[in-house]
Write a protein of this length. Structure first.
Lengths: 415, 299
């Protein structure tokens, strides 16, 4: 079954948790015991409606503060497919969480409170979905019940958002607008009787009809070697299987390939998935391959098609989103993890900070603080095999690991 | 040779995670309870490393209060697949005075497992423990990472988790730390059952409907057993039941069921209106029960 990952973004009180709760409720994904817990909690708080936000707010600290503070994953499925919602918080200080949630998602929902319209936070949410190159974005104009389901108000907000879209450089992005009331259930799963003027699809209808073949950004085939399988049994005495996940495009038996960094040319001999051999495997499959020639291949090497070489570079510039309280500055050293390959990296230059509200850049910075996004140049101890993030959503990204704490401190998108 | 490989996204993600564990850690171990989730893990691990053997052992933390059917199944599976199994017993931790047996109405050895597990991790110097926890099981689990770093005391610091971006997994740790790995994080209960059906995997018999001596308490069906505390007035009756999870006898409630095959079980889950952990007595203790246990190093 296909799995669709959805990132949600909204400001505090936009009703994001309520929207998710509503999706779960109307698709009958809430079980009796969960529903009972929600009813009990709602009653305890003195609400005369069901507080669906309780279905998603997990940690004790959050329940106490009444806000969501980390990425939570919520699951539901329909007859068509399975859905995973990465529920990310919308506060200014949590850019880090939004970037994280968006990195594994194919669809994003941006929530706007119909009373407040497009605000600074909306800019930031859209900016991140752009930076991460999420192909399908749904702009859900929520709380329509509080503006009398006004078509005029909806059109106003839509026009404001369209102005924002003009600032984007990501032309392939599909943007869809839906007026909803999560609390009352209008246009979430069921069509709204209160908004007959809206002829578009409901939120769930839109998700159900998304063509899963085209929601992934395609690119050139990249096969980073994760692990070398050497059984050393009698039957498989000389077997060397290169295990990894296929990214970007298909890999086929007989393909002329180049192994990096040795730049050895060879051909794909066999493609295995478990104990079966296949002629071809598509992107996102975890397979192992054997090669025609006896080539020395180890973890971190990359197999690519002979006519589709990536850039092989020891220095490059990237947009970096910083996620750690210890700042990044010129000269800082990190372990750079690019897919499954690790190298050492040194910051050679910080060019400018990029404002996440599309207002431009700040060239006056000397270091990156948590939740900053900036253009940064790196020098590596060894070359890596990369693509620009615009051309390859996986091979164009990397993480930075602090060698002292081992924490993941930042993420980069190669220019 | 078959033509094009059709993929199951969740299965491929899990295989990818298994390979990252084998590549990034020196001494991984697969925590095996004999339940459906850990049986699924074993199958996925086989696929990840074929034609080589699974490059790490299995470990079972045995509370001594398991269903005998589960233990028999565990031993059979390990033998058939030629896997290495380590067993460590909660009873030993009790005998050594490290933990104290609970008593009374809701007594269970479930919480005591943590100490035995942490001791075993130290004994074998395991740096990665692979488990079958899923994010859909419980609210606190929904925020768990795929690679979840634990400190010297096995503790989970939910506020200070590493961000996981794209599918890059950062397994770098300091001496004394270890990582809990959850390859089926993104699976739901139904996904697991569907997989078991498609792969034709064998599972312990207690997952299927059978006759059992039981009694009712707090609206749940409890097994009548020497390991389960029971009041005089709680009446034992034979019922047709099955189990949706296989924890300890003292903390796993049964459900009324006539589902005798995997197909019937899958159909039942599809229609079910009670969540899987709704039958876990340990979670009922308080709303934040799981989160508290996890902070203390519970799996």
């Amino acid at each position: 079954m296909e799995v669709l990952k959805i990132a949600t973004a909204g400001s505090v009180d936009d009703g994001k948790s309520t929207l998710i709760g509503r999706l779960l409720y109307d698709t009958k994904s809430l079980t009796d015991d969960k529903l009972e817990a929600i009813e009990k909690s709602s009653k305890k708080k003195g609400y005369d409606y069901l507080d669906f936000s309780l279905a998603t707010d997990g940690l004790v600290a959050e329940r106490e503060q009444g806000i969501t503070i980390d990425v939570a994953h919520i699951y539901f499925s329909t007859a068509t497919r399975s859905y995973i919602i990465a529920d990310t918080p919308g506060h200014v200080e949590y850019t880090r969480n939004m970037v994280t949630g968006a990195s594994t998602s194919q669809v994003a929902i941006i929530l706007i409170d119909a009373r407040h319209g497009v605000i600074e936070q909306t800019y930031r949410h859209f900016f991140i979905n752009n930076l991460l190159r999420i192909k399908s974005v749904i702009v859900a104009v929520n709380k329509m019940d509080l503006v009398n389901f006004s078509e005029e108000r909806y059109n106003e907000i839509k026009a404001d958002f369209e102005k924002l879209v003009e600032k984007s450089d990501y032309e392939d992005q599909n943007i869809t607008y839906i007026p909803v009331s999560a609390l009352k259930g209008d246009n979430v799963v069921e069509k709204s009787d209160a908004m007959p003027w809206f002829s578009g699809q409901t939120l769930l209808e839109y998700l159900e009809k998304l063509d899963t073949v085209n929601i992934y950004n395609r690119g050139k085939m990249r096969f980073p070697v994760q692990y070398v399988i050497r059984p050393k049994t009698e039957e498989f005495h000389d077997f060397r299987g290169y295990a990894g996940k296929v990214y970007g495009g298909d890999i086929n038996v007989g393909d002329e390939v180049v192994v990096l960094p040795s730049e050895t040319k060879t051909k794909v001999k066999e493609i295995y998935f478990n104990d079966k051999k296949y002629q071809s495997a598509a992107r996102r499959s975890s397979i192992s391959v054997t090669l025609e020639n006896n080539v020395n291949v180890s973890r971190g090497d990359m197999i690519v098609k002979a006519n589709e070489l990536p850039r092989i570079e020891k220095a490059f510039t990237a947009k970096v989103c910083w996620m750690c309280s210890k700042s990044l500055s010129v000269g800082s050293k990190y372990v750079l993890q690019h897919g499954v390959n690790k190298v050492l990296a040194k910051v050679s230059e910080i060019h400018h900070k990029i404002e996440t509200d599309f207002s431009g850049v700040d060239t006056q910075i000397s270091s990156l603080q948590i939740n900053d996004i900036a253009s940064v140049s790196f020098q590596l101890n060894k070359p890596i095999f990369l693509d620009a993030f615009k051309e390859h959503r996986t091979n164009g990204a990397f993480i930075l690991i602090d060698p002292q704490t081992n924490n993941t401190s930042g993420v980069g998108f190669i220019e | 040779m078959t033509e094009k490989l059709l993929i199951n996204a969740l299965e491929n993600e899990a295989i990818y995670i298994f390979r990252e564990v084998a590549a990034q850690f020196e001494k991984p171990v697969l925590l095996f309870s004999g339940g459906k989730d850990s049986i699924t893990l074993v199958r996925l691990a086989q696929k990840a490393f074929y034609p080589a053997k699974i490059p790490f052992p299995l470990m079972h933390i045995d509370t001594g209060h398991n269903f005998p059917e589960t233990i028999a199944f565990r031993d059979k599976l390990v033998k058939e697949l030629g896997l290495e199994l380590i067993v460590r017993n909660v009873q030993d931790s009790i005998d050594q005075g490290k933990v104290k047996e609970e008593s009374g109405r809701y007594s269970s050895r479930n919480v005591l497992q943590t100490t035995t597990l942490l001791d075993a991790i130290e004994e074998f110097k395991f740096d990665a423990c692979i488990g079958g926890a899923r994010r859909d099981e419980e609210k606190a689990r929904a925020k768990e990472r795929i690679f979840s770093v634990r400190d010297d005391f096995g503790q989970w610091d939910e506020k200070n988790q590493r961000p996981e971006l794209f599918d890059m997994l950062n397994g770098q740790i300091q001496l004394g730390q270890n990582v809990r790995v959850f390859p089926i994080s993104n699976w739901t209960e139904l996904d697991v059952w569907t997989y078991i059906e498609n792969e034709n995997l064998e599972i312990p018999s207690i997952y299927f409907a059978h006759k059992r001596e039981t009694f009712l308490r707090d609206g749940l069906i409890w097994s009548a057993s020497e390991y389960v505390y029971k009041d005089e007035e709680e009446e034992v009756k034979e019922r047709m039941v099955r189990f949706r999870t296989v924890g300890d006898m003292s903390c796993t409630a049964a459900v009324d069921s006539y589902a005798a095959t995997i197909r019937e079980v899958v159909a039942e889950i599809r229609d079910s209106s009670i969540s899987e952990r709704g039958a876990r007595i340990d979670d009922k203790r308080s709303e934040a029960a799981m989160e508290k246990r996890k902070q203390q190093g519970y799996f």
